[in-house]
Ligand binder design. Structure first.
Ligand code: DAT
Ligand code: MG
Length: 143
């Protein structure tokens, strides 16, 4: 079954949006299989955002993601990687459509509330980076 890695960033936690954000994936019909609140180490943050290490915003991105608690999650379902990206919206909240998480709740590219894996391959890499297998619970929704 396809899985994706999502993380509510420190701004989402600070603004009390954890419940609202999780709700969007629940009502869509995806299955939550992993969930933890954590303070992200610099080492994990730098590995997670490795592809951006030459970008001018890299150091501020690392500062921000390590600044407070993050809610790390794994969600499962057919097409979940691409669908979650649609639910999240464009990287810059000013470009994100109303109805998306970033479109509804943000205005600043450096405070865009949530991370979502961009491909199935990236999702596998990020899940393995953030979770150990014992933290993931495989279950069949009754409905
Ligand atoms: P996404 O999170 O939509 O996958 P990304 O992978 O291109 O976007 O960038 C990772 C994060 O880096 C993004 O969520 C916010 C930050 N970021 C991206 N572009 C930026 C920019 N031009 N200025 C400041 N921060 C930026
Ligand atoms: Mg990305």
């Amino acid at each position: 079954m396809e899985q994706t890695f999502l993380a509510i960033k420190p701004d989402g936690v600070q603004r009390s949006l954890v419940g609202d954000i999780i709700r969007r994936f629940e009502v869509k019909g995806f299955t939550l299989v992993g969930l933890k609140l954590m303070k992200v180490s610099r080492e994990l943050a730098e590995k997670h955002y490795e592809v951006h290490k030459e970008r001018p915003f890299f150091s501020s991105l690392i500062e921000f993601i390590t600044s407070g608690p993050v809610v790390a999650m794994v969600w499962e379902g057919d097409g979940v990687v691409a669908s979650a990206r649609k639910i999240i919206g464009a990287t810059n909240p000013l470009d994100a459509k109303p109805g998306t998480i970033r479109g509804d709740f943000g205005i600043d590219v450096g405070r865009n509330l949530i991370h979502g894996s961009d491909t199935i391959e990236t999702a596998q890499r990020e899940i393995n980076l953030w979770f150990i297998q014992a933290e993931l619970v495989s279950w069949n929704p009754a409905n």
